[in-house]
Design a protein. Structure first.
Length: 99
């Protein structure tokens, strides 16, 4: 299983658009229901920082098949003050989160 965290900070005035684009990804994920995939996005207290956490079984990232995710990533560099930083995580322990 692959565990990833992605963190970034959007420019002032871009948080609402970013959140709308993220929500569109979740709408499509709820329809597609990819097996072996857990995903969550958080908007942090500062209102402009976002964190995405993904738990993925298998080699293929289900987000690649989500059209809304393509739209979300399309102009992300233009929206960001600090670009997305992807970090691979190694599970030490979990309670009903990353089973």
């Amino acid at each position: 299983m692959r565990h990833v965290i992605v963190r970034y900070k959007v420019k002032s005035g871009q948080a609402e658009l970013n959140e709308q684009l993220v929500k569109a990804v979740y709408e499509e994920l709820h329809e597609a229901k990819p097996a072996g995939f857990k995903y969550a996005t958080f908007r942090l207290e500062d209102g402009v920082s976002f964190t995405h956490i993904a738990f993925q079984q298998g080699e293929e990232n289900p987000l690649a098949a989500i059209a809304a995710f393509g739209k979300f990533t399309e102009n992300i560099a233009d929206r960001c003050e600090i670009p997305p930083q992807v970090t691979e995580m190694h599970l030490v322990g979990s309670y009903q989160l990353a089973d």
